[in-house]
Design a protein around this ligand. Structure first.
Ligand code: ZN
Length: 451
């Protein structure tokens, strides 16, 4: 960064014509001399900075609250080959914290706007935008562009797991030994209101996203029996109205879907929720809470994003330069009440469905229905799949047992759900292939019959 009283040079584009005396002095202090906190193997040189400026290729996933901060931090730290993926477009509600966007940008792809902004503002920086769904194009991009480090600033666990699976699929094992050159480090940041976390994942070596899946609470879904007959929380009352009363009473006409942005709809749900709450002596139902539950709102706090993105960008810097010891490996941050941070080493799970390299066993009785298996795949805390598609080889033929994402196949395979595993022709020790949105790879399971 230039000193505040120096005129800022802004000429955009890439190339080295835009360098000025002392531009990287602040970074050189970390890379061209040793200190008490440098990595024991670190040898000061000018090469680290050259690597960062010229060679190191970073992929940032997400150009939202965390993504804007990450792009700014990385670009100002000296990273110039930055690629950013985001399929969203700029919304008015983003403007309070996603500071690379302006009112005129509303409706434009976030990746494009963010890249333009950083490229114009920071001379020599070249941010390449990918304004589309990661799953369609990322396969191609990640394989061919050979990123050195990937940073995730996402609000979705499914997308994180997918990226995690993607990096795991790139690992090369020779005679069961991991080739370290095939490892692409993943730095993952996440925030929720006043809480956040940053972690460093070396796929195949340290705990992956799926190893610690049990740390992520499943999406707030209350059991139907609680909602229907034993509500205890104000949220239960709102869910009751949303899921049961609305479809039954159709207050705004047949087939009108509840719209979380329509104040009349929310007002109706709010009033009915209050009545429900009164019946069960529950307090705390407010208009705001009602809208929060209906829209599944997780509040975004700009300063939490700033803290977490700063931690992630620092880890990128440490790994890219090898000058400092990276975070080992999971940092939590919470300033709901006072300010608290804590770092621990998340451990690899021996039977992780994503990174353990061994097909997991699924234990079912031969008389269990396929539906029970499907429920297990979606409800188990360590799997948390979204809409698993199950196939098996039966009598030498590949057979789709159930697939939800294509309507015609769903219809054709739905009767299988009420059949028993035995009736479906499955046998003990049978291999089952399961595809799901949480991973780019098909997962293998082994069916173990219990008696
Ligand atoms: Zn794992």
């Amino acid at each position: 960064m230039a000193d505040a009283d120096e005129p800022m040079v802004v000429d955009g584009g890439s190339g080295r014509t835009c360098e000025w005396e002392g531009r990287w002095n602040h970074v050189k202090k970390f890379l061209e001399r040793s200190g008490p906190f440098t990595h024991p193997d670190f040898e000061p040189s000018t090469e680290s900075l050259q690597f960062m400026l010229e060679t190191c290729k970073i992929l940032v996933i997400g150009a939202g609250g965390l993504g804007c901060e990450l792009l700014k931090n990385l670009a100002l730290s000296g990273f110039r080959n930055i690629h950013v993926v985001d399929m969203d477009t700029v919304d008015v509600s983003n403007l309070n914290r996603q500071f690379l966007f302006r009112p005129d940008d509303v409706g434009r792809p976030k990746a494009d706007v963010a890249a333009d902004f950083v490229n114009n503002r920071i001379p020599g920086c070249c941010v390449v935008p990918y304004p589309f769904d990661r799953t369609i194009q990322m396969n191609v991009s990640v394989f061919h562009l050979e990123f050195h480090i990937i940073v995730c600033g996402l609000d979705s666990i499914v997308a994180r797991r997918w990226m995690n699976g993607m990096l795991l699929s790139l690992l090369v094992y020779e005679d069961g030994v991991l080739d370290p050159r095939s490892i692409v480090p993943l730095i993952d940041g996440g925030t929720e209101g006043f809480k956040g976390n940053a972690r460093v994942i070396l796929p195949g070596m340290t705990a992956c996203i799926d190893c610690t899946l049990e740390l992520y609470p499943p999406q707030i879904n209350f059991p139907m029996c609680t909602i229907a007959s034993m509500p205890r929380l104000p949220e239960h009352c709102v869910e009751y109205v949303r899921m049961l009363l609305w479809p039954k009473e159709m207050p705004f006409g047949d087939g009108v879907v509840l719209d979380g942005d329509d104040p009349e709809h929310i007002q109706w749900v709010y009033q009915r929720s209050l009545e429900r709450a009164a019946d069960f002596n529950i307090t705390g139902v407010t208009y705001r809470l009602t809208q929060g539950v209906v829209k599944r709102i997780i509040p975004a706090v700009a300063s939490t994003n700033a803290v977490i993105a700063a931690a992630c960008a620092t880890e990128v810097f440490k790994i890219a330069s090898s000058a400092y010891i990276p975070l080992n490996n999971y940092m939590v941050f919470n300033d709901v009440d006072g300010l608290y941070t804590y770092t621990f080493e998340a451990e690899r799970k021996e039977n992780c469905s994503a990174c353990s390299q061994v097909p997991l066993n699924l234990h079912f009785s031969p008389s269990s229905k396929l539906q029970e298996m499907l429920d297990h795949l979606t409800e188990s805390a360590s799997l948390q799949m979204k809409s698993p598609a199950i196939t098996a080889t039966v009598e030498g033929k590949n057979k789709t047992l159930y697939l939800q994402s294509v309507a015609s196949i769903e219809q054709r395979t739905r009767p299988n759900l009420s059949k028993t595993l035995k009736d479906l022709g499955l046998t003990d020790g049978q291999e089952l292939a399961v595809a799901d949105a949480t991973s780019p790879q098909t997962m293998l399971f082994r069916l173990r019959f219990t008696s």
